[in-house]
Structure formats: C-alpha cells, structure tokens
Write a protein that binds this ligand. Structure first.
Ligand SMILES: Cc1cc2nc3c(=O)[nH]c(=O)nc-3n(C[C@H](O)[C@H](O)[C@H](O)COP(=O)(O)OP(=O)(O)OC[C@H]3O[C@@H](n4cnc5c(N)ncnc54)[C@H](O)[C@@H]3O)c2cc1C
Length: 309
C-alpha cells in the first residue's frame, strides 16, 4: 500500500510531535509515523521539571498533551516501523509491514535507544528484573533493594524516583564524577535510601529462579568485588541514535547521529533531522521541540520556494 503526503515525520516524540504542529498549521498534508506509542522518551520519564511554563508534570501527561495538540490541526497519526528511506523527487519511506509513504520532504525524529551494559546475565534477565525504564517498572521494586547504573541526570533522577518503592537504591557509577545538574546531585545525595558506589563497574547479573538475584560489581582500581543483594537493575549508561535505516545515505556521523545544518536539513535536500537523533550538545525535551519546529518551518519554506506545495 502507498500513501502520499507533503511532509512525513518519523517518530512521535517531542521533536516529531512539535514538527507536526508546525507543519499542519502551515497547511502541509502531514503524516506522523510512530513504531511504538506516541510520546517517545517522555513515557519513560517520571516527571519533567524543566519544560517552560509547567513547573512539574509527569512525563506521560506531557506526552498525552503534546500528542493531542500534534494531531489537532490535521496531521495524521499513522502506525509505521520505518526500515528504509529512499531518496528521489518524492522520497519513499518504507515500513516493516510493506507500507510505503511518499512525500517530497521527510523529517527523521527517531531519538535514541538505551545502551546495554554488555555483561553476563544481562540479556536473559531483561524484563525479569532488568529494566531500562524506572517509570514503567519501578513499582515492581516495592520493599526490595535495587541498583541503578550510571552517574548522569537520568540515573540520578530515576534513583530518587525509585526510592518511593524500593527499600534501598544503590547507584553504581564507573567514575567519581557525576555528569548531572547540581540540583539533581543534591537530591540523590541527600536521600537516606540511596547509597552511591563510585568507581565500581557492574560485572555480572546473578540469577535466582529465572529472575535477577543480585549484581556483582568490581572496583575500578583495586578489582575488589562486591555482591549487591538486589532484585532490580536499572541501567542508565547512555544511548545510541536510532538511525540504522539511514545508513545508505551520507547523513550520519561516526557514532550514527544525524548531521544537520541550522535549518535542521541534511546534505540530502529536503531530508531533515530533529531531536535526540541529531549530533548536538543538549538532548532535552525543550531542544527536541525546538528542532522539530525549525525543521517543519524550513521544509515548508523550501517546498514553497521550489513550487512543490
Ligand atoms: C529517564 C529519562 C528522563 C529524562 N528526563 C528529562 C527531563 O526531566 N527533562 C528533559 O527535558 N528531558 C528529559 N529526558 C530527555 C528527553 O526525554 C529527550 O531528550 C526527548 O524525549 C527527545 O525527544 P525526541 O523526539 O528527539 O526523541 P524520543 O523522545 O526518543 O522519541 C523518538 C520516537 O521515535 C520512535 N521511533 C524510533 N524508531 C522508529 C522507527 N524506525 N519508525 C517509527 N518510529 C520510530 C520511537 O518509538 C519514539 O517514540 C529524559 C530521558 C530519559 C530517558
């Protein structure tokens, strides 16, 4: 099946949903393609406290509000797991189920995917005590001990979130330097349920009757090993861009992030990138939304100037 639009947005996270608002308000026939649920990483975030105008809100609520807004001016929300983009006068966006969407302009806003720890016992315990989303699975930790891996904003924020369920939260970090905002560090440090283990790396996930039964960690310098008696493990050690379907096009850096100019356009004319998927310094909701707005507006102006609208 083939479906034709003026503008196709791939990914309904904050970048894609904001682009949908701008594109549809500009009058473009817009498709918003999503492989999962609308909201992107907002759905994995306990609370957002740096979206201007709203002091604090659950990520899921902001996701719902953005989604309603994104489709309220005529953008069409479509299910689609994109596996390939073919360039041409009308670009072809090919989905896993065989559906082909075509448009002269395409925006990629597919974000990033959490990085795995890469240690023995991890893969077989995903969903059995290992989770990359504290908001989704934190409640399973009620009255249990859990470990969060990482020393960035997400690791620390989600550790504090987990203390409302867990009896104890260990933060295991490779180094002795946090990569987080001061307010977030203070919140984690001052929480009596949190113990921070610096200079330790996870070595092995232990099994107990098919579920996580502990986490072995080792000191980075001395090699000394400890066994943490946890039933839940939440890795927050970074993420990689979701751009596998773009690898035939000359639009990625060595790490796979999209390279865009100030108009959010790649070297392929009318192919845009926005949000976490792009090479950039600050990956946040507000910067993703900004990218999406710029990309949609740039596409609109270029399509008009080329008489393609
Ligand atoms: C735990 C956590 C806490 C955070 N807390 C904050 C915070 O407090 N404040 C803040 O500003 N930011 C926070 N962030 C970061 C913020 O969530 C991201 O910067 C933001 O969501 C990026 O938006 P995006 O639209 O670029 O990508 P995403 O939100 O990742 O959305 C990408 C979308 O693309 C879809 N997709 C991927 N591949 C395909 C495909 N092939 N076909 C179709 N669809 C596809 C995905 O399913 C997803 O819905 C947090 C992130 C995490 C993980």
């Amino acid at each position: 099946m083939t479906k034709d639009y003026d503008f196709i947005i791939i990914g309904a996270g904050p970048a894609g949903m904001t682009a949908a608002v701008y594109a549809s308000r500009a009058g473009m026939r817009t498709a918003l393609l999503e492989a999962g649920a609308p909201g992107g990483k907002l759905l994995k975030t306990n609370k957002i406290s740096n979206w201007p105008g709203i002091k604090e809100e659950p990520g899921s609520q902001l996701a719902m509000d953005m989604f309603e807004h994104s489709t309220s001016f005529g953008a069409v929300y479509e299910y689609g797991n994109v596996t390939e983009i073919r360039d041409g006068e009308r670009k072809q966006v090919i989905c896993q189920d065989g559906t082909v969407f075509t448009a002269p302009a395409v925006l990629v806003a597919t974000g990033t995917k959490e990085r795995l720890l890469g240690i023995p016992g991890e893969e077989e315990h995903i969903g059995r005590g290992i989770s990359y989303c504290a908001v989704c699975d934190g409640a399973f930790s009620r009255n249990q001990d859990v470990a969060v891996i990482g020393g960035g904003n997400s690791a620390l924020e989600e550790s504090v979130y987990l203390t409302q369920f867990a009896s104890k939260v260990y933060i295991v970090m490779r180094r002795d330097v946090f990569r987080a905002e001061q307010a977030v560090i203070e919140a984690a440090r001052s929480n009596p349920k949190i113990e921070i283990l610096q200079n330790y790396r996870p070595v092995q996930v232990m099994d107990k009757e098919g579920k996580v039964g502990g986490l072995e960690i080792a000191h980075a310098q001395s090699g000394e090993k400890k066994l943490l008696p946890v039933t839940g493990i939440f890795p927050y050690i970074g993420a990689d861009p979701v751009t596998g379907f773009l690898k035939e096009l000359p639009v990625l850096d060595k790490q796979g992030y999209m390279l865009v100019n100030s108009e959010m356009e790649t070297v392929v004319s009318l192919l845009y990138g926005a949000g976490d998927v792009c090479q950039k310094g600050l990956r946040q909701v507000v910067t993703a939304a900004s990218d999406g707005a710029i990309a949609a507006q740039s596409a609109f102006q270029k399509l008009r100037s080329l008489a393609l609208l």
